[in-house]
Design a protein around this ligand. Structure first.
Ligand code: SF4
Length: 333
């Protein structure tokens, strides 16, 4: 059985972008593979964030994942900072990672342009990703297109470490492509992202979903109701393809091209289908929120299971690199 690692940042609510782009795929993967899923809070702090909100956002993400179908009986779900070996291995891997490779990462270049003073954590972000994956010797990593460059760097780090310290110790992880790679936000411009305020939360109530969808960007050619549209140029149509049955999708395309209905009619149908799709998840989330101790117990147990694997990997890494074992001086880790 292949081993899978994937992480998600604690951005609070799970929205349809990260649900369709990642989490729906995780739910399927946990049925077929040995999966480690992590809420990566150490990644979240590499960018500007609000410390007073991080804990609640981490809890909310755990609730969202569990409500969406992540099953702690079928996978290991944990918070990254609860397994200190992640940062330990990240440091070790920085010693074999070429600086030039980190500097040419597209995400680093994009994000560092937005900051006056660039923190080293932003540069080293892919090294922490490498540690996340390699601690568990994962074979498969489900990533979006925007992360494929990082995964290629992970493979480069593996080759360098293995060449120096232990041939074949770390496997070279492979990309597991997802069907929905990039979900565009309600602005019709950029990837759906909480920070861009262009999302619909999977746990949003029906009225909020409608209020968010109403002003969503459509084909700009449809200025008036009588103007024919092109579904291929409309993100609302893309969302229909995820949430509406095939005959509805055909009806939407035909009604759009023939100007047989208005965009608000079209969005209303989509809103109803999105609302219906997430009813069971809203119910599960309400149940979990009423019993936060259940969520805490799942995360505690997940961290323990993750640490058992992570500690074994780190012990072997330290030995291969010639570090004095703590056990020899009777120090318990
Ligand atoms: S009718 Fe629907 S698919 Fe066509 S432009 Fe309007 S919202 Fe988009």
């Amino acid at each position: 059985m292949a081993r899978v690692f994937s992480g998600i940042q604690p951005s609070g609510e799970l929205h349809i972008g990260n649900y369709l782009g990642a989490v729906r795929n995780w739910v399927a993967l946990q049925e077929r593979h040995e999966c480690f899923f992590s809420i990566v809070d150490y990644h979240a702090i590499t960018q500007s964030y609000e410390p007073a909100q991080l804990e609640a956002q981490t809890f909310d993400m755990a609730v969202g994942l569990l409500a969406a179908g992540i099953d702690p009986e079928r996978c290991v779900l944990f918070v990254q900072s609860h397994v200190p070996e992640h940062t330990e291995l990240a440091w070790v891997l920085t010693t074999v990672t070429p600086l030039g490779e980190l500097e040419r990462m597209t995400q680093f270049k994009d994000k560092s342009q937005l900051q006056e003073s660039v923190p080293a954590g932003l540069l080293n972000y892919p090294v922490l990703q490498a540690a996340d994956i390699l601690l568990y010797k994962a074979d498969l990593v489900p990533v979006g297109q925007d992360q494929e460059q990082h995964l290629e760097l992970v493979r480069e780090i593996v080759r360098k470490w293995n060449r120096r310290f232990g041939a074949g110790f770390f496997p070279e992880p492979q990309v597991h492509h997802t069907e929905a790679k990039r979900i565009v936000g309600l602005d019709g411009q950029a990837k759906m992202s909480k920070s861009l305020n262009n999302t619909i939360g999977i746990l949003d109530d029906p009225e909020r979903i409608w209020q968010l969808l109403r002003p969503a960007m459509t084909d700009p050619a449809r200025v008036r109701r009588i103007d024919p549209g092109d579904p291929a140029k409309c993100n609302v149509f893309s969302l229909h393809q995820y949430f509406s049955p095939a005959d509805t999708v055909d009806h939407v395309a035909d009604s759009c091209r023939g100007a047989k209905w208005g965009c608000l009619d079209c969005k209303r149908v989509l809103a109803d289908n999105i609302i219906a799709a997430f009813v069971p998840m809203r119910e599960r989330a309400a149940e979990l929120r009423a019993h936060p101790e259940r969520v805490h117990e799942i995360l505690r147990s997940g961290a323990e299971r993750a640490r058992a694997v992570a500690a074994e990997t780190m012990a072997a890494v330290r030995a291969a690199m010639g570090l004095l074992p703590a056990e020899k001086v009777a120090l318990r880790r």
